[in-house]
Design a protein around this ligand. Structure first.
Ligand SMILES: Cc1cc2nc3c(=O)[nH]c(=O)nc-3n(C[C@H](O)[C@H](O)[C@H](O)COP(=O)(O)OP(=O)(O)OC[C@H]3O[C@@H](n4cnc5c(N)ncnc54)[C@H](O)[C@@H]3O)c2cc1C
Length: 392
């Protein structure tokens, strides 16, 4: 492939891989530039597709967009699985929220009131009804909610499918040592300059998309983007399948995989880029998982992992053009990057194709961080003595 492409994707995580796949299907020549790092979010993500569980009236635009993305999932997965003849582990059995204490019960009642007010489908369950659906749940479950419209997917299998599709579609993935700068003049980004295998290489492109997740503010001109990593730890156990649906309490979730594994998560920690799982969180998660699903004690402990949720100041994604022509962002998906993948890909590519941001993406425009996009950031650095850190 030439070093000139139609679309250059910087960041080869789930978002970058999804955008590259769909763009290549539409006939773009696509190249991905990525880095090998620890703590990449999709490598540890549980894969809950949970816009209803996470619904909050103040996050109305996000909930609507999440619902739209969930709706797009079956067709997205079907096309990808047909093309690759591989499975993404997509399952539509729904999710159950379980209360094992009075405290939990009142939290679930708040969740169901909210969901009903927002017109979302939720069924209240008593203890017998819960155990009729998932007999291995603790007899101490005192109530719960069934969210029949939610689903889950195996994000690691999804990533493998996307990578296999890239090979057939001719998407070129290059692992770089260092990102140096944007290519092009002061007014327009026309690709990137990187160090690869010790040499400086320039990759030119008509459009360049940043999908480097929690590392977004490390790129030139984006240092004032109010991005931070929110660390999440998860535990993988395997053995006899205990449940067929995602099980959640206010303290833990347990997601079943077709491989027989259970994905137990997750912590939410503001500790910077610490990629190590820590004993305290592992202990808490296992304790909470066993509380709702006692059979967890008998499963084989495989490993604990940690990853970084890309989190912007308002906890909303940033998808769309920056104030520097040629440069686009798709980042900040926080806890919902897997869920939002199909809607993000389609919205972003529609915007790149037509030059206009679709209505449902307006709330997520990167330009809402007026002082944090490229050109303004550059002029701020000249006029303001404040460091990037103090602004975040
Ligand atoms: C514990 C945990 C559980 C989660 N569970 C769920 C869930 O159940 N449902 C859900 O919807 N979401 C979930 N998420 C969130 C989801 O995983 C993320 O929102 C999503 O993976 C973000 O994708 P991304 O591609 O933006 O970032 P990442 O997946 O982190 O990928 C970023 C990529 O950019 C590369 N990179 C970094 N710096 C550079 C650079 N300078 N140059 C080139 N490349 C670079 C990295 O190596 C990486 O490949 C979870 C996240 C965590 C941590």
């Amino acid at each position: 492939m030439s070093e000139h492409s139609d679309l250059l994707v910087v960041g080869g995580g789930l978002m970058g891989s999804g955008v590259a796949y769909e763009a290549a299907r539409r006939g773009y020549r696509v190249r991905i530039l990525t880095k090998a790092l620890r703590g990449v979010a999709h490598e540890v993500a549980a894969g809950m597709l949970a816009p209803i569980s996470e619904a909050e009236p103040v996050l109305g635009a996000l909930t609507q967009w999440g619902l739209k993305s969930l709706e797009q999932y079956p067709a997205f997965v079907e096309a990808l699985e047909d093309y690759t003849k591989m499975s993404c582990g997509f399952r539509t059995e729904g999710a159950i929220h379980v209360a094992v204490s009075r405290d939990h019960l009142s939290q679930l009642s708040h969740i169901s009131d909210t969901q009903e007010r927002m017109g979302l489908r939720v069924e209240r369950l008593d203890s017998d009804e819960i155990r009729a659906l998932e007999p291995r749940l603790t007899p101490r479950a005192i109530g719960g909610l069934l969210l029949p419209d939610e689903a889950h997917i195996d994000p690691q299998a999804l990533f493998q499918c996307l990578t296999a599709a890239h090979q057939r579609l001719g998407v070129d993935t290059t692992v770089i040592d260092q990102f140096v700068d944007w290519a092009g003049g002061a007014d327009r980004v026309e690709g990137a300059v990187v160090i690869r295998q010790g040499e400086k290489v320039r990759y030119r492109a008509e459009a360049t998309v940043v999908t480097v997740g929690a590392w977004s503010h490390s790129l030139p001109g984006l240092s004032l983007l109010p991005m931070r990593p929110v660390k999440g730890q998860v535990i993988l156990v395997k053995g006899e399948p205990l449940v067929s649906r995602t099980i959640r309490t206010p303290d833990v979730y347990v997601v079943p995989r077709s491989s027989g594994r259970l994905w137990i998560g997750a912590s939410c920690e503001e500790v910077g880029f610490d990629p190590e799982p820590r004993a305290g969180e592992v202990m808490e998660l296992l304790w909470e998982a066993r509380r709702v699903l006692p059979g967890v004690s008998e499963l084989i402990f495989e490993r604990a992992l940690a990853g970084f949720r890309p989190t912007l100041r308002d906890h909303l994604p940033a998808v769309g053009p920056t104030d520097r022509p040629g440069l686009w962002l798709s980042t900040g998906h926080y806890r919902n990057g897997v869920l939002l993948l199909p809607a993000t890909i389609h919205g972003l590519l529609q915007a790149i194709d037509t030059g206009g941001l679709p209505d449902e993406l307006q709330a997520f425009s990167p330009l809402r961080f007026v002082s944090c996009t490229l050109q303004t950031a550059q002029s701020m650095r000249i006029t303001s003595p404040r460091s990037a850190k103090s602004i975040q």
